[in-house]
Design a protein around this ligand. Structure first.
Ligand code: ADP
Ligand code: MG
Length: 700
């Protein structure tokens, strides 16, 4: 049969079409994101049990690991002398009988029922002349002979579960879905792609990923679906990119760039070589008609803001406007202030646009943006929310992109007539293969150098009972004229946890530890005016300690702050801690970061934090964070409406990422609309299955 003609419709039927799935179970399944038959067959095992070689019970040999299937003949619980309870389950087949023995697991008694079949694995021993297995791995597989073939006698899948659905039930349901869709699974690669990727056809891979006949076949099936995960994402990114460059509304900006030169000459410092190189890459892009679509990655404190402002000068120098968008109001204000310091004397007019502005002022700023009375507007997502119209926007910069998610990006460029040059900054360093996957529609620049004189930040792990010593250290820093951030994981104490919270602790610290020193409070639930006032007082040195939350995580730049105390560091991800740590050591004094462990921080958390304390390179930290948490979490993949990676690990599987990247580029390059007949299988999956899921993810 010609698989290219199979339709996606049968697969898109509700999973309730499968035997065993009623309305109640459907609700459970939906918790796993399963709604359709297709979702069921794409619910991949998280592990496998090798139950291929079943040994007749009579032929079990003492000392050898074996799998066998048998029927429960008797279940006898009894109280033992030393052990509190002993459960003996006699299991037999035509060839013999063996006892399964469980100590101190009285609840198992209900699990085993006489007459049901079980599959068990373990090592047989002889005890007082009786053949037995102590605590073998064992699963009840029902009394039905055919059904038991799903669970034993082969390599058996182990699925991710949710409350209300047992392993056996899930296996039965997925097996049913596979049977129902057998012969109906459309192919989504072309034969050429399958050959190039060296993967089996989709239908074959699907059968093999659930019930592989051999480990080799399983490996090939996994390869197939790994590559599928990135390939369609790559197609999406490239299609978007092709659309953008076809739009061509962004004006090329040819040299010379006198405004940029004056901007750079007027800086109070020399740009680092890395900053100059990246600026050169940006300038190279804006001079071409394909335009600028670039991600700038660089360690916290490497000086991305000044590069962003310099890039803005490229556009402003030619009479266009530029916009700089930051994820928080605090950061937007700080960027605006800094921009002003550099711009006022160049005659470049700047404005601030954030949600907290009084209505009248907001309207005034919007009007200035529309008429072209401002050249550079700095703001938050207010910049894209209110459908601001620019007179002529030449360049848009998004700072700390990882805080926005992928969706936001699409919207900035939604109005096709208004496509500006586009620059994205992020401080979370990620390996190139992952960057290519997440930001595959952007070119990549890396600022891999910190400005000279940047101070070391020493990171120390401190046990909870040494709190007093930490406060002493902070007071000493205050006496030297330095400042400190004192960070808490929560704003307010909640009833459910005993975590310390910023507001309560602030009041206590003010009365006790820091009675002699001015301290302030800054958290996300304060009004904008209160926040701005707190940070201003801190910046001016009128308060020495700032009790705060993660609102300071991104970008806050107060050079005189040398100390950071993090309470409950075990509550934070490593990449986030690294961002936080980047807030200190920016000025004249070495920085220190104290991680004050909560009482209940476990061994794993301590180990993680010890790694963090020993590494000050953001790249190493990010890689460890990725390894521990997976890319999805760091990048907020799911929230941002892009399907997550279930099988592929862009770090380990970079060969597959590259293969996919090259192939997707070739296809979109030749056939941007996927209209050629030979691309039909790809186009159909992309349009009928992949993209609709994206839309769902964005709504849901
Ligand atoms: P990030 O890359 O984390 O956004 P910023 O742009 O906030 O870093 O820069 C951190 C600090 O370093 C700022 O105070 C900035 O003025 C300063 N800075 C940037 N570039 C240089 C440089 N080449 N030499 C010295 N200081 C610099
Ligand atoms: Mg920054």
């Amino acid at each position: 049969m010609e698989t290219g003609s199979r339709s996606y419709e049968p697969l898109q039927q509700s999973s309730q079409f499968i035997k065993g799935v009623g309305p109640a179970r459907q609700v459970y399944l939906e918790r796993l994101g399963i709604r359709t038959v297709e979702d069921l067959i794409m619910h991949f095992p998280r592990a496998y049990l090798d139950r291929r070689n079943l040994v007749p019970i009579g032929r079990l040999v003492p000392g050898a690991e074996a799998n066998f299937v048998g029927t429960i003949l008797a279940v006898s619980p009894r109280a033992g002398r030393r052990a509190r309870s002993i459960l003996t389950v006699a299991v037999g087949d035509e060839s013999g009988v063996v006892n399964l023995v469980y100590f101190n697991q009285p609840y198992l008694e209900k699990y085993f029922k006489q007459g049901e079949r079980v599959v068990a694995s373990g090592e047989m021993t002889i005890y007082r002349g009786a053949r037995q297995l102590v605590s073998p791995e064992c699963e009840v597989i029902g009394s039905d002979l055919t059904e038991s073939l799903i669970h034993a006698g082969r390599i058996v899948p182990v699925y991710p579960l949710t409350a209300g659905i047992s392993q056996r039930m899930m296996r039965r349901i997925v097996h049913g879905a596979l049977e129902k869709s057998a012969g109906a699974v459309p192919e989504n690669f072309t034969p050429a792609l399958m050959e190039e990727f060296d993967v089996p056809p989709r239908a074959e891979a699907l059968a093999a990923i659930h019930y592989p006949e051999s480990l080799e076949r399983l490996e090939r099936a996994r390869r197939r679906f790994k590559i599928e995960e990135v390939f369609f994402l790559h197609l999406l990114l490239m299609e978007r990119r092709a659309r953008q460059s076809r739009a061509r509304t962004r004006p090329p900006v040819p040299p010379p760039h006198p405004l940029l030169e004056r901007f750079v000459a007027g800086l109070p410092f020399e740009l680092t070589a890395a900053q100059r190189r990246v600026l050169g890459e940006i300038a190279g892009d804006v001079e071409r008609s394909a335009g600028l679509n670039r991600l700038v990655q660089g360690e916290v404190g490497c000086g991305k803001t000044v590069v962003a402002l310099a890039a803005a000068m490229l556009a402003i120098g030619k009479g266009y406007q530029a916009a700089l968008m930051a994820p928080t109001e605090i950061l937007a204000v700080q960027h605006r202030d800094r921009a002003r310091g550099f711009c006022d004397r160049l005659g470049v007019r700047t404005a601030l646009l954030i949600g907290a502005l009084p209505k009248a002022e907001k309207i005034r700023v919007q009007e200035e943006i529309r008429t072209g009375a401002v050249d550079l507007v700095v703001g938050t997502h207010a910049l894209i929310q209110d459908l601001i119209s620019f007179k002529e926007l030449g360049l848009a910069v998004i700072d700390e992109q990882h805080r926005f998610g992928v969706k936001q990006r699409a919207r900035f460029a939604a109005e096709e007539s208004l496509l500006p040059h586009y620059l994205v900054m992020t401080a979370t360093p990620i390996p190139r293969s992952l960057a290519q996957t997440v930001y595959g529609d952007l070119d990549l620049s890396i600022i891999d150098e910190l400005p000279r004189g940047r101070r070391r930040v020493e990171t120390k792990l401190v046990p909870a009972d040494e709190r007093g010593r930490v406060y002493g250290g902070i007071r000493a820093a205050f006496e030297r004229g330095e400042q400190a951030f004192i960070l808490y994981p929560l704003v307010q104490e909640s009833e459910r946890t005993d975590l310390l919270a910023a507001t309560e602790e602030f009041e206590r610290l003010q009365r006790e530890e820091f009675a002699a020193h001015p301290i302030g409070l800054l958290h996300g639930r304060m009004s904008f005016e209160e926040k701005a006032k707190a940070i201003e007082l801190f910046r001016r040195g009128e308060i020495l300690g700032l009790v705060t939350t993660t609102v300071i995580e991104v970008g806050v730049d107060v050079p005189n702050a040398s100390m950071l105390l993090v309470n409950h560091p075990e509550r934070f991800g490593l990449a986030q801690l690294h961002q936080l740590r980047g807030r200190v050591g920016r000025g004249g004094a070495d920085g220190s970061c104290w991680l004050l462990l909560g009482d209940d921080a476990g061994a794993a958390a301590r180990e993680r934090l010890a790694f963090f304390a020993a590494h000050d390179d953001g790249f190493a930290v990010a890689e460890e964070d990725l390894r521990l948490r997976g890319p999805g979490e760091i990048w907020g993949y799911r929230q941002s409406g892009t399907p997550g990676f279930r099988l592929i690990n862009p770090l380990g599987d970079h060969e597959l990422v590259r293969l996919s990247w090259d192939a997707a580029g070739r296809i979109i390059g030749r056939d941007p609309g996927l209209a050629l007949p030979e691309h039909r299988p790809v186009a159909r999956y992309f349009n009928r299955s992949y993209k609709p899921k994206l839309a769902l993810a964005e709504i849901g």
